[in-house]
Ligand binder design. Structure first.
Ligand code: GDP
Length: 297
């Protein structure tokens, strides 16, 4: 289960302070030292950890009994608030274009879960928001990507715009949007190509698609299991494409959680959804507050 280690460590860190009727500066110092180690062990970005601990210290020192909370409980409340803030505060919404269709461009490295997540997102849009998406297969390089999306389309009973592997991805994306207009789809989700690493050629193609269809959302799909790498990937995609949100996959695995806790702080872009398994219904809106509560127990 994701965050297990982090959750255990953080709960231990706050355990001592929990029952305190009076919190000294020394107590806060001890607690924040342990919180710092817990976060670093969970692979949270170094600078993010530094800022986080500093904020907690500033806010936690000198807590007095207020209302029904003891000073110890108040300190824990502060940790929870800051953890929530770190992950993005409120639940993120999905854009709705003024004039349909809303265009969503899915980007990310190969293996991150882009194609699967394209299917999951389409499923969620239909189930939870009553939308009628069209999928577009613009990953012409990975041999099985188009077939994979077509299979997902059949499973979901949803149309897929595809032109095989010979067409230009920019044309595929543009014509998918045209098809959506003609057939009254309110969303188009474009599955684009990925590579094993960030490279200039890939970014160039993604930028051309972006210019051609002017997407309402550019969602970066990142694998939570890749830790710090996920954060670096998010930074470079954001630099080049100005992404609008992150979809974090494989949060059902035993990820240490560093990516989930660093991406918002490092890129300023929110995590919008989290993949919790391979099945098509295993994509959930990312709720920072619920996640913080889960982590702190
Ligand atoms: P792409 O190359 O980015 O398009 O990646 P795929 O969509 O083909 O996914 C790569 C692998 O990750 C597949 O085996 C997926 O089933 C798996 N995968 C995707 N999302 C999740 C997730 O949230 N949890 C788990 N456990 N596996 C996932």
């Amino acid at each position: 289960m994701a965050f297990e280690g982090l959750s255990d460590r953080l709960q231990q860190s706050i355990q001592k302070i929990k029952g305190k009727g009076k919190v000294s500066e020394q107590d806060v110092k001890e607690m924040s030292r342990e919180v710092r180690l817990a976060l670093l062990e969970a692979d949270v970005n170094f600078k993010v950890v530094k800022d986080f601990v500093k904020k907690i210290r500033e806010r936690a020192v000198g807590q007095e009994v207020m209302g029904s909370l003891t000073p110890g409980q108040q300190v824990i409340k502060i940790v929870k608030e800051e953890l929530t803030y770190l992950m993005g505060e409120e639940e993120s919404k999905i854009a709705v274009a003024k004039r349909p269709p809303t265009v969503i461009m899915m980007v990310g490295l190969q293996g991150a879960g882009k194609t699967t997540t394209t299917g999951k997102l389409a499923n969620l849009l239909r189930k939870s928001y009553n939308r009628k998406p069209l999928l577009a297969a613009a990953d012409i390089y990975r041999p099985a990507a188009i077939q994979q999306l077509e299979t997902l389309g059949r499973q979901l009973d949803m149309p897929v715009h595809s032109q095989g592997t010979e067409a230009d991805p920019v044309d595929i994306a543009k014509q998918a949007v045209e098809q959506a207009k003609e057939e009254h789809h309110d969303y188009v989700i474009i599955d684009t190509a990925g590579r094993l690493h960030v490279d200039g050629e890939l970014m160039g193609e993604l930028q051309r698609i972006k210019e051609a269809v002017v997407p309402d959302e550019i969602f970066l799909v990142v694998d939570a299991m890749t830790g710090q790498d996920a954060v670096n990937v998010a930074e470079s995609f954001d630099d080049q494409l100005d992404i609008t949100g992150v979809l974090l996959t494989k949060l059902d695995g035993d990820t240490r959680g560093g990516a989930a806790l660093s991406i918002k702080a490092v890129t300023g872009k929110p995590i919008k959804f989290a993949g919790m398994g391979e099945k098509l219904d295993q994509l959930e809106p990312f709720h920072p507050e619920r996640m913080a509560s889960r982590i702190l127990g």
